[in-house]
Design a binder for this molecule. Structure first.
Ligand SMILES: C=CC1=C(C)c2cc3[nH]c(cc4nc(cc5[nH]c(cc1n2)c(C)c5CCC(=O)O)C(CCC(=O)O)=C4C)c(C)c3C=C
Ligand SMILES: [Fe+2]
Length: 490
């Protein structure tokens, strides 16, 4: 590569974490993260210079340099295809990075006044016991959490009110036992600060925002701040390693609806990282924690590694095509593969926890498997929370208290639990890398804002309301529902 091309490309490379010291010799470059040599290929097409950098696994990124505009295009940092079809044929950007869904329009030229924003998506949690019922209302009012048939959707809010009131006493007990509120906001804020610092250390200054789905700071609050700061390029990073309709899907749906309504936001280049459970940095960080925690047992090789993931109703996977279960299984496979490579060959199992309501959830259920393992004579067990990266009520109360108690009662003598990743530095560094890799693929959303026809058809709506009410009565009075309420299943 000649000196002129190098100097033209350097500012672009710098933005993505590469600097002059990364240039090894004419045809290869050092990865700023691993310091492995990566072949580079420089070519010229229609007068435009372009630089492709290859990792050991294949194509990493591509930078184009144009004398006049100095713009970047393409540059997908992917080792896998962007779009993958799930088994029922719905499109999910299930692995890696994808530009904002919808009718993409060309992203504006990249300039030196670029203001990068990173938006962390999370669930949110009640900060006081007083917040519990309204938090539960927000959760159950989400059509991605209680998926009603279209005809019944007008019942969403009254149903959310009913279930949140019924569920609140049990939830309050749980939150009271972990100090009177969820630690989620504090931990997510700490992760945001750590990520900002990790990005700065890689020469990619960025503002990091937090958007919670069901409690403060709500998505709207974060988006307001993004607008105030005049961010010019945004990476959306859900703090869920695996994609589920009920978590990442729900948060992105809200984000999309806010962005569609706003002229500035709908033109903002955005890149959404849909899931990242397969990233090497995440897998290694999880393996590090497991390896470390196994050492706490007197006979580490005898401990069963027990992955406990938050469940979702079976219908999400089987009817709606949620890739959550498949991604979870692949994630466990990758963690176990990494442990095997380190000479750790413990038995392992995966079960699902935290089911709510009178429907079938993903099986096997954590509580049932713990009892079975105790009966089978398993004496040492290491619980690994795997669907979430911060401590929260389901690690601190459900696993550390309820499941531990159940396991000991069932004959498991030695109990351990892997901590959540929280601000583990190797994990935060990997998130920073994920953000940097996602930057070039940011694409603006179209400004089109088409509402569903039904919303403008009062006659159709009245008919649905009438028949919906009759069906709702039948449903609410069905023996299954009555039983659920009586047994305090919610
Ligand atoms: C990957 C993680 C999660 C999935 C999938 C998920 C699905 C899901 N959750 C509920 C119902 C509840 N979840 C609650 C709390 C909660 N859920 C997650 C994560 C996932 N949920 C977290 C991290 C938290 C805890 C937040 C905190 O405050 O610490 C609650 C409230 C707590 C309780 O009462 O148990 C409910 C209810 C459903 C119905 C669902 C899928 C459809
Ligand atoms: Fe949940």
């Amino acid at each position: 590569m000649d000196a002129a091309t190098t100097s033209r490309l350097l500012p672009l490379m710098k933005l993505y974490g590469y600097d002059r010291s990364c240039l090894n010799h004419n045809s290869s470059m050092l990865c700023p993260r691993t310091r492995h040599a990566m072949p580079i290929c420089c070519h010229s097409l229609d007068g435009q210079q372009s630089l492709d950098i290859f990792s050991r696994k294949g194509f990493v990124s591509s930078f184009d340099s144009n004398d006049k505009k100095n713009s970047i295009h393409g540059g997908l940092s992917l080792h896998v295809p962007v779009q993958r079809r799930n088994p029922v044929g719905k499109m999910f950007c299930s692995v890696g990075v994808c530009p904002y869904p919808g009718n993409a329009i060309e992203s504006p030229s990249h300039t030196s006044e670029e203001k990068i924003g990173v938006l962390l998506l999370n669930l949110g949690g009640p900060e006081t016991l007083h917040d519990v019922q309204p938090f539960l209302f927000n959760l159950f009012a989400d059509p991605d959490i209680i998926r009603l048939p279209r005809l019944f959707q007008f019942l969403q809010q009254p149903l959310a009110q009913l279930i949140s009131v019924l569920r609140a006493p049990k939830s309050k007990e749980g939150y009271a036992s972990i100090g009177g509120g969820s630690p989620l906001r504090k931990i997510t804020d700490e992760q945001a600060s750590a990520l900002k610092m990790a990005l700065e250390a890689k020469d990619v200054p960025a503002n990091v925002y937090v958007a919670m789905r069901y409690w403060h700071p709500f998505t709207e609050e974060a988006v307001k701040q993004i607008k105030r700061d005049k961010v010019t390029r945004l990476v959306v990073l859900p703090l869920y390693p695996q994609y589920s309709i009920s978590t990442t899907g729900s948060s992105i749906r809200v984000l999309q609806s806010i962005f569609r309504e706003d002229a500035y936001l709908s033109r903002l280049p955005v890149s959404i990282i849909q899931s990242w459970y397969q990233r090497e940095g995440y897998i290694q960080s999880m393996a590090d924690l497991i390896e470390e925690e196994l050492q706490m047992f007197s006979k580490p090789q005898e401990a069963m590694i027990f992955f406990s993931a938050h469940g979702v109703p079976v219908s999400y996977v089987e009817d709606a095509g949620d890739p959550y279960k498949a991604q979870m299984e692949e994630c466990i496979h990758l963690i176990m593969q990494e442990l095997k490579a380190r000479g750790i060959n413990n038995n392992h199992t995966l079960a699902y926890q935290s089911r709510v309501g009178p429907v079938q959830w993903l099986k096997p259920y954590t509580d049932e498997v713990l009892v079975e393992l105790g009966q089978k004579g398993v004496k040492s067990l290491l619980a690994v929370p795997v669907s979430f990266v911060s401590e929260h009520i389901e690690t601190l109360e459900e696993i550390d208290m309820e499941y531990k108690h159940l396991a000991l009662e069932s004959g498991i003598a030695n109990w351990g639990r892997v901590p959540a990743l929280n601000c583990t530095s190797s994990f935060i560094t990997d998130l920073a890398n994920a953000v940097i890799e996602a930057l070039p693929s940011a694409t603006a959303m179209s400004t089109s804002n088409t509402s569903e026809d039904d919303d403008h058809d009062p006659f159709g709506y009245a008919i649905k309301l009438f028949f919906g009410s009759i069906l709702a009565f039948v449903l609410l009075l069905s023996p299954k529902m009555i039983l659920a309420f009586r047994n305090h299943i919610f």
